[in-house]
Design a protein around this ligand. Structure first.
Ligand code: UDP
Length: 255
């Protein structure tokens, strides 16, 4: 089966439902030969692109290259669905990182171990406890905050290689988390799938609250986050104003 994608601002976004995304990630973890995907030394990098990330990719060439080298780019924000529709294409569903990660961890067989890297001190640990409460059979092989700085990489790599996880979840925010994965995935011997998960650990740990379901359904999560975290105004501006504008301007050239 061919990989079905919608290209927005030069970035391929997979036209998948959450169910399909979860099934694909589980298949990657089983080491199945998923020929339709790009590979990094037989390992898979999964990204959760949103509108701001695509705006960032316009000016950040390396980040754009990384977005173009992944096995799966799930459509994490409603803006991607709207702008796909505007461009005459279709993304079936918004597929958030937090829901996908939770579902993967619910369905993961106990042959696979998970490592949670990133977020504030103690947050990954709390998120791991939450995931284990949802699936008591889940095997967490480690958690570590660390930072995406180069000087921290050797210690992080040592810890992950000691813990031998198959699934690595990295929460350093974009673009840092995905640049980190792209740079170091080959050094992580046991890791089969690495996912850049943004604020997922904060949501699982309860250190940040998700917008109420009704707001999420109406595509207004950005408004909720603006009220809760006014310092995000620049990011929200890029997501809600700059992103659609760039898609409109670039419709013929690069979308
Ligand atoms: N983060 C981190 N180190 C950094 C930068 C960010 O651990 O140097 C974490 C931050 O604590 C948060 C996550 O990265 O848990 C990303 O959060 P953000 O709100 O940016 O994610 P998104 O908006 O993508 O969900």
């Amino acid at each position: 089966m061919d990989r079905k994608t919608v290209t927005l601002l030069g970035v391929p976004i997979d036209a998948v439902t959450r169910k399909q995304a979860v099934a694909l990630i589980l298949e990657m973890l089983e080491g199945g030969q998923i020929q339709r995907f790009f590979h990094t030394g037989g390992k898979h990098h999964v990204m959760t692109p949103n509108s701001e990330m695509l705006v960032e990719a316009l000016k950040n060439k390396k980040f754009r290259e990384v977005l173009n080298s992944t096995s799966l780019n799930i459509p994490d924000s409603i803006g991607l669905l709207y702008m796909a529709k505007f461009s005459g294409k279709k993304l079936p569903q918004r597929v958030t990182g937090v829901d996908t990660v939770t579902e993967v961890c619910i369905r993961l067989s106990n042959n696979h171990q998970v490592f949670l890297l990133g977020a504030g001190e103690g947050v990954a640990q709390k998120a791991a406890k939450k995931l284990q409460a949802i699936n008591p059979k889940l095997r967490i092989s480690g958690t570590y905050a660390g930072t995406p700085k180069d000087e921290d990489a050797p210690e992080i790599i040592r810890r992950i290689n000691d813990a031998r996880p198959h699934l690595l979840l990295v929460a350093y925010g974009a673009p840092a988390q995905d640049l980190w994965i792209n740079k170091h995935l080959d050094q992580l011997a046991s890791v089969r799938v690495a996912i850049g998960v943004g604020g997922t650990f904060d949501f699982l740990a309860g250190t940040k609250k998700r917008a109420p379901k009704i707001m999420r359904g109406l595509g207004l999560e950005w408004m909720y986050r603006l009220v809760k975290e006014p310092r995000r105004i620049g990011r929200i501006w890029r997501a809600v104003i700059v992103f659609p504008w760039m898609v409109i301007c670039n419709r013929r050239s690069i979308s």
